[in-house]
Write a protein that binds this ligand. Structure first.
Ligand code: FE2
Length: 428
């Protein structure tokens, strides 16, 4: 007797019409035609069951603060940073927690159950770290939240930036962050990379730096980050987020850089929505896209995952907690329109993100926790195209969110019909 069986499910790897049996919060079987009894049955009817979405790059301390204390008039990255600097002294622990919990509710409804959030440590009050640690604890039953100590105003550039970051790590923040391109000089940026990798090595922590979030092709901190990763023996535990300068770099230089990143097993985390919105702002025309070299990084065997980065905050007034919206943008901006490309893009918001976060027992496999999402879509292509309803979201075998399918009832020329956008018309 199982607790739950999901019948007739398609899987992201292309398997069709399988049943997924769940007992004691774990996946007990994945095979066609399971005949055993279960207390509850969900008929997926040929829709896709996916592992939950994983956001490897977010700012939970800034989310849903849009308009506080004012709007970003120019809509630029630099005004966003300045605006956050205005809001920061006004932040309270209670308000931070309330907004973060509201976002987590939205995330669950979107099937997003794993999030890595950067936490600004620039204000020595560290009210952000205090609040996010409490949020991490409170959402634990349904969201795994990893926190990064992020010196938004610069590790060296911000007053007491060095001390504040260390204190945040002492409080229990999980990951060492950085922002080398925002330090006063390139040399200080490189020095911050070395210092932060050293801290990570000493404390046994992973690293995730905002790295080269600029259109300047000479912003080459990713090279230093890869080299220091190797020097400190941190291979596989280091992420470079954004990496937008790589878009503008000289091709010859990149031909040397990408193998170095592969050697260091760097996790590359571009943020397609934010990168296409904020990069290229100093260009007239032609205007650069600014997204890093996704296809080339993947081809070199580098683990590439996509982050949402921002939802309704000083940098981005949009966003919906939907990693399929992120993936949809990536398909376009990275021009990954080939058949195999779609699979790779889907993996970038699921298995690749899980790998970047070092998640164990993630994914649809027997013995893994029964964390999964039933989508109103038949396959990966439809999921990317439609950003469909998350019909059921399960955590440890329990339905924690459900959404009614979108179905239109048509009456055209006297022909009554129902249109289910989650049914691929070519598959009928
Ligand atoms: Fe970010």
């Amino acid at each position: 007797m199982f607790d739950l069986i999901i019948k007739n499910a398609n899987l992201p790897d292309g398997r069709k019409g399988v049943d997924i049996a769940i007992a004691d919060g774990l996946i007990g079987a994945i095979e066609p035609g399971i005949t055993a009894q279960a207390r509850q049955v969900i008929d997926a009817s040929g829709r896709m069951v996916s592992p939950p979405f994983v956001d490897p790059h977010f700012h939970m301390d800034a989310t849903l603060s849009l308009g506080l204390p004012r709007m970003n008039v120019s809509g630029t990255l630099l005004e966003g940073i300045a605006l956050w600097g205005e809001l920061r002294p006004m932040l309270t622990k209670e308000a931070l927690i309330e907004r973060a919990l509201a976002y987590c509710d939205l995330a669950v409804s979107q099937g997003l159950l794993f999030i890595r959030s950067h936490v600004d440590t620039s204000d020595p009050r560290l009210v952000t770290a205090e609040a996010m640690l409490e949020v991490k604890d409170r959402v634990k039953p349904y969201i795994d939240l990893q926190l990064v100590a992020f010196p938004q105003d610069g590790y060296y550039r911000a007053k007491d930036g060095v001390k504040s970051l260390e204190r945040a790590l002492d409080m229990g923040i999980d990951v060492v962050g950085g922002i080398p391109h925002f330090e006063r000089t390139m040399a200080e940026g490189a020095r911050s990379v070395e210092a932060l990798c050293r801290i990570a090595a000493e404390r046994g922590l992973p690293v995730d730096m905002h790295c080269d979030e600029t259109d300047d092709p000479m912003s080459r901190h990713i090279e230093t980050l890869a080299a220091e990763t190797i020097r400190f023996g941190l291979q596989g535990r280091v992420a470079g987020s954004h990496l937008t300068s790589m878009h503008s770099m000289d091709n010859y230089y990149v031909s040397k850089l990408i193998p170095l990143m592969a050697e260091a097993k760097i996790n590359a985390i571009p943020n397609p929505l934010i990168n296409i919105m904020l990069q290229g702002r100093h260009d007239t025309f032609p205007k650069r896209r600014g997204l890093t070299r996704v296809r080339e990084l993947m081809a070199a065997g580098i683990n590439v995952s996509f982050g949402h980065d921002c939802v309704m905050d000083p940098w981005y007034s949009m966003g919906s907690g939907d990693m399929l919206e992120v993936a949809h943008m990536a398909v376009h901006v990275a021009q990954m329109s080939g058949v195999e490309d779609k699979q790779k893009i889907y993996e970038a918001v699921t298995v690749n993100s899980a790998k970047a976060l070092g998640l164990e027992a993630y994914g649809l496999a027997v013995g893994h926790p029964a964390d999964l999402v039933v989508l109103q879509a038949e396959d990966v292509l439809e999921a990317l195209r439609l950003k469909p309803a998350r019909l059921f979201v399960l955590k440890r075998g329990r339905v924690i969110s459900s959404t009614a399918p979108k179905i239109a009832t048509l009456a055209l020329d006297g022909r009554p019909d129902r249109l289910d956008p989650g049914r691929n018309p070519t598959a009928r």
